[in-house]
Write a new protein. Sequence first.
Length: 313
Amino acid sequence: MRCDACDAPAIVDQPYRGAHVCDRHLAESVEERVRREIHRQLPRFGRGTVAVALSGGKDSSVALSLAARYFRRRPTVRVVALTVDEGIEGYRPPTLRAAEALAQALGVEHRIVRAEEELGTTIDRTARDLPGTVPCSFCGVWRRRLLNRAAREVGADALVLGFNLDDLAQTVLMNLVRGDLDRLVRMAPHRTRQEGLVPRVAPLAPIPEREVFLYARGKGLPFDHGECPHAGRASRNLFRELVWQLEEAQPGTRQSLLRTQERLVGLWLRGEEVGAPDRCRVCGEPSAHAVCRACEYLRVARPPLPSAPSEAA
């Protein structure tokens, strides 16, 4: 196949738009779509701090690279990369090395937040202690807490996440199937500011996962493509497969799911307030309940020590 824009060999087909593109035109297309998305999600943002969640995988590496490129023309905007080390042996160390290499190559300030230091435990340790609990459950809420705190500490006005089109389509479908409209409305990118929560933006929202991978490889970005050893038990795997099947049968399904979520958020914003209405009484983070899920998992992962017996006993 040849590129529809030139005579070069095509490296990817785009059934959702009926096109084939070469590596050069794919890169230009990705960069332009991300540029428009940042402009749409952060309109008239010309001064302040933007934090980027950098895991060291392909998605976050592309997000940081293109965010740094976009804001390089705005010297009054500071870009800071934030990496969470959850404590996953064999998986996190290579991604940390890739994250550090990319941040250094881009000249971006880089901070690493370690779960062991901040939470007093790690994902691997908790997975051993709670064998009946899917690790992604507590890993997700702990990582979100650590990223939000770190973003607040650096004074971030926005937190860039590396969610691609596939990620977001899967999340929309998961929330629709579960009937969880509250979580559907609170998905990134955030259209309203919630107290205590640094607004999330998702500049890779229009880019399919395969195109993100090809862009990262084509640009020679350092990233690690390993899979978390705990990922096999995640419920997201089912929805990933469903979205793939739907997209193959009906190209454009992912974009349709995302448009559905955006329309629902628009309707919701007309009449109801979005966001967690309260604060967790344990940690003070935004929460829809008296005790947030992150603290609930920590309470189970780190049960209180038994009281010492009294002398009378």
